[in-house]
Design a protein around this ligand. Structure first.
Ligand code: ADP
Length: 933
């Protein structure tokens, strides 16, 4: 009848039959004329019926009618009729309906009926409420009904109400629990105890309800019921309560027990007796049932709790995972409990662990942080790794809070051994580190490739030797790099045919490194095999042997030298002991032919005689050795040796003491000689050529001198007659010999002009030859160049006549004094100024200035004339040189002026420089040191 279950038709019919029967029986057994009997179980059955149906008016209304009819029928059968019978029928039906309503209807949700059950005190309180409300309503209905229909009834309305209400309530409270109570919660007490309790209850009932018992001890059975309620289940107690009810009702009817006795003695009325009995029953139920429900629920909860705990304990203790329960103490976590697995992991005894801080046994920064986080209530769980303090181990720790809010902080830590994994990882790291270190400390190229020949790793030395960074090599097939041997197919074969014998494949070749240079590398290639013996990697190790090979070249070179250099060992007696291949080649003798023969026999006898003064070979040898210096060496010297064919060979020879202790008189000597015949020959040729050149120059110089002499002689000889020609021409022109014809004048002018030019030429030539021969007598006087320039500007004034030239002279106020020959310096200025005027067209500008920079006097002559082409400027100071422009424009001149200028300036310790360009004017700068004051 619990849950959503509803009574079936059979059960409902049975209940109706029960209602009829119980009503009839109760009325039959009723002690007197009471409207109700001492016990009215039928009210309980009718509540069972209505409450057990599907809730709703559709089932309750007909059921209420059925109940009323059944109660009426029952009374009829027992011979009771009239207003009392109808009042009882109606009120009982109302009682059942109201009780069912209160029990099943949920005021918060009328659509869903409440479950019918009696497992908690709340359930009992609802039953109590339902029975009370129903009893009050039904009592009222009964009381009103009787007052209305039987105004002459012997009972007051209140009496009726009391009796009916208590009877209905008692019946409901005693009987309904019998069907609602369930046994599934086992009793605390044993069956023996139950038997004892039942006996005690029966004893108490027998004592209380014994015939003639007038002591008011109706409470006694309650004590025994309380015992039962605390120890046994609801159904048992409900049954016992029912027994009490039946016993109380039966005995009271018989006039036994305190209530029956009082009624029999007339102390209380029938109705009061009935009411008292019902009150006793209600009290019994109200005491016993809540108690049994409470006790039972508590037992149930306890049992569940302990089974939970047991389950937890079992899993905690037996877990293969290390489990630690931790409680918080301040900022630390202290071990409350620890299972065997965790004890093993932490490597200490249980007693050493419990009540100590967890961070004494586990170490690590992550753990400290996790504990701090857990204590501060941060995050959910913390998963970290920590080191075990008591032994070398590492554990995974999962730390999480297990207590709820408001409870003392409790944490659980799960520990899992991570040592093996950690060790494995560390070993791997170490192995990798070792490999790397080995690779990087190896001073040769190491290329690790996969089976496709693709480079997967290179070492530091590779970069050092080849210049390629690792990133430039890794990932490329080795034969696509410049480090590959020239024959790629050859290398490829190395990978395709992994060496079967197990010995590494070795080869040597040239590779091209990053900067383009070549290195000689000896490669050793081997396969790294996996655990199944299959090739996994190829390791190519390359040793740079460039230097060694170069050294090997040196040896070859030495070997070669030993062929081209003659090494002759000589003993103390002057006899040959060693005659190497170089000596054999040089002189075309076999070693065997020369060994034991005198060393001096190799020399040209004529030269030997010349240099040693003797033709005796022994004496000559001794003479040679006496010339050995202190350091035991005869200095390098060229000697002539004679070969087998009698040919002479110039040799550059040294003789030195090779073994100072060997033998007597100076020890063993070593002669090193190199054939220098060729060198000497070319040297001689060179010397001869130089000699030839020198004599040619010498001859030229003599010729030049002769030429100079000739020129000056001719000039000298020419000057006298030309001067006289000029003198006579002057006379003819000035009319001393009679006025010339006007026609003759131009002829005479021409003669004079050309004569003057000839005189100028002669003067120039004479000046030059004088300068060259050093025959000029230089004066050493103080010359003020400023004044000199002003003078010269005056003397060249006639040249400006008829010309449109801007002529400008600038001299400083202070004298610019140099030491020298005034007349010669005047020539310099005259030459430069007349050149400037001569080579500047009309409209141009000529400017001359003298200045001083504190050390030197500077004469600058500038013009805006025809200029001198750049390429001709270095020849400007040569004699007779005239620029192409001057020649083209037929400007007269000898080409001697500048040459004279340079000679004079040089004699004064100065320099002449020219700056000019074609058609852009010229600038001549003369610098002469100032006279020291
Ligand atoms: P000459 O003036 O008698 O020809 P110089 O030795 O004085 O001989 O000059 C050599 C040449 O240098 C001249 O023929 C001329 O071509 C060139 N020369 C000298 N001075 C000037 C100048 N001021 N401007 C242009 N050309 C010059």
């Amino acid at each position: 009848m619990t849950g959503g279950k509803v009574l079936g038709l059979r059960a409902a019919t049975l209940l109706v039959v029960l209602i009829v029967a119980a009503t009839a029986l109760a009325v039959r057994l009723a002690p007197g004329e009471d409207p109700v009997t001492v016990f009215w179980p039928t009210a309980g059955f009718s509540v069972m019926l209505l409450a057990g149906l599907r809730p709703g008016l559709r089932s309750w209304v007909p059921a209420t009618v059925v109940v009323a009819a059944a109660v009426a029928l029952g009374q009829e059968l027992a011979g009771r009729g009239g207003s009392v019978a109808s009042a009882v029928a109606v009120s009982q039906a109302v009682d059942a309906l109201v009780a069912a309503l209160v029990l099943r209807a949920d005021p918060r949700d009328l659509r869903t009926p409440r479950d019918l059950r009696l497992t908690t005190v709340e359930d009992f309180l609802r039953l109590l409420l339902a029975s009370t409300v129903a009893a009050v309503v039904a009592g009222g209905v009964a009381s009103a009904w009787i007052s209305a229909l039987a105004a002459d009834a012997p009972w007051s309305g209140l009496e009726v109400f009391r009796a009916v209400a208590t009877a209905y309530a008692a019946a409901t409270l005693v009987l309904v629990p019998l069907v609602l109570a369930r046994r599934f919660h086992r009793s605390a007490g044993s069956s023996e105890e139950l038997a004892l309790q039942v006996v005690a209850l029966l004893g108490a009932l027998a004592y209380v309800f014994a015939p003639g018992q007038d002591l008011p001890v109706a409470f006694a059975p309650l004590a025994v019921l309380v015992w039962g309620a605390l120890r046994f289940d609801t159904l048992t107690i409900a049954g016992e309560v029912a027994v009490v009810a039946v016993v109380a009702a039966a005995t009271t009817r018989e006039g036994w027990g305190p209530i029956g006795n009082a009624r029999a003695e007339g102390t209380i009325s029938e109705l009061t007796a009935t009411t008292l009995t019902q009150v006793l029953l209600v009290s019994t139920v109200v005491v016993a049932l809540p108690l049994v429900l409470t006790a039972q629920q508590r037992r149930y909860l306890l049992r569940r709790l302990s089974s939970d705990e047991q389950r937890f304990r079992r899993s905690f203790a037996q877990s293969a995972v290390g489990q630690v329960l931790l409680r918080r103490e301040g900022e630390a976590l202290v071990i409350s409990d620890i299972n065997a697995a965790a004890v093993d992991l932490l490597g200490l005894a249980r007693e050493q662990l419990v009540a100590t801080r967890i961070d004494q046994h586990l170490r690590g920064r992550a753990l400290t942080a996790a504990i701090a986080g857990a204590v501060a209530g941060r995050g959910g769980g913390h998963r970290i790794q920590a080191d075990v303090a008591a032994r070398t181990a590492r554990v995974d720790v999962a730390l999480s809070k297990v207590s709820g809010p408001g409870e003392p902080d409790l944490f659980s830590a799960q520990l899992l051994d991570a040592t093996a994994e950690y060790d494995a990882r560390r070993r791997l790291e170490q192995a990798e580190k070792l490999t790397s270190t080995t690779l990087d400390t190896t001073a040769c190229i190491v290329l690790v490739t996969d089976l496709d020949g693709r480079i997967v790793r290179v070492n530091a030395a590779t970069t050092e030797i080849t210049g390629y960074a690792a990133s430039e090599l890794v990932g490329r097939p080795v034969w696509k790099t410049t480090l590959a041997p020239s024959d790629a197919a050859d290398l490829e074969a190395l990978f395709l045919w992994p060496n079967r014998s197990g010995t590494p494949v070795v080869r040597e070749n040239d590779v091209v490194v990053r900067d383009g240079s070549r290195r000689r590398i000896v490669w050793t290639s081997n396969m790294v095999r996996d655990e199944l013996g299959l090739p996994a990697y190829a390791v190519m190790t390359g040793i740079d042997v460039t230097t060694e090979r170069a050294a090997a070249g040196l040896v070859t070179h030495l070997m070669q030298a030993s062929i081209t250099t003659a090494l002759v060992g000589v003993d103390a007696a002057g006899l040959i002991t060693v005659f190497n291949s170089g000596a054999q080649r040089l002189l075309d003798f076999e070693a065997s032919e020369q060994i034991g023969r005198p060393f001096t026999g190799l020399f040209d006898p004529v030269q030997l005689l010349e240099r040693t003064g003797t033709d005796d070979l022994d004496v000559a040898f001794r003479k040679l050795t006496t010339e050995l210096r202190e350091d035991g060496e005869l200095p390098h010297r060229d000697w002539t040796w004679i070969d087998r064919a009698g040919r002479q060979h110039a040799v550059s020879m040294s003789l030195s003491v090779a073994d100072p202790l060997g033998g007597t008189g100076g020890g063993t000597l070593l002669c090193v000689a190199r054939d220098v015949t060729e060198q000497r020959r070319s040297q001689e040729l060179l010397v001869a050529a130089l000699e030839k050149e020198r004599t040619a120059v010498e001859r030229l110089r003599v010729l030049d001198d002769a030429k100079s002499d000739f020129v000056s002689t001719v000039s000298h000889e020419l000057r006298t007659p030309v001067t006289s020609i000029l003198g006579y021409t002057e006379m003819l022109l000035d009319g001393s010999m009679g006025e010339p014809d006007p026609d003759q004048r131009p002829l005479l002018e021409t003669i004079r002009r050309n004569g003057e030019r000839l005189i100028d030429l002669c003067n120039d030539l004479l000046t030059l030859s004088g300068l060259d021969s050093g025959s000029v007598q230089w004066k050493a006087e103080e010359v003020d160049l400023g004044r000199l320039l002003r003078d010269v500007a005056g003397t060249i004034a006639p040249l400006l006549k008829g010309r449109d030239l801007h002529f400008d002279v600038e001299t400083p106020a202070a004298p610019v004094v140099v030491a020298g020959d005034g007349a010669q310096l005047e020539r310099v200025l005259d030459n430069l100024l007349s050149n400037a005027v001569k080579f500047t067209e009309d409209g141009g500008l000529v400017r001359a200035e003298v200045s001083s920079d504190g050390e030197s006097a500077i004469i600058k002559v500038r013009d805006t004339g025809i200029g001198i082409p750049l390429e001709e400027q270095d020849r400007l100071f040569q004699r007779f040189y005239r620029s192409s422009t001057a020649q083209r424009q037929a400007i007269q001149g000898t080409g001697l002026g500048l040459s004279i200028v340079q000679s004079i300036v040089a004699s004064h310790g100065g320099t002449v420089r020219v700056r000019s360009a074609h058609q852009e004017g010229s600038s001549f700068t003369v610098t002469i040191p100032l006279a020291r004051s």
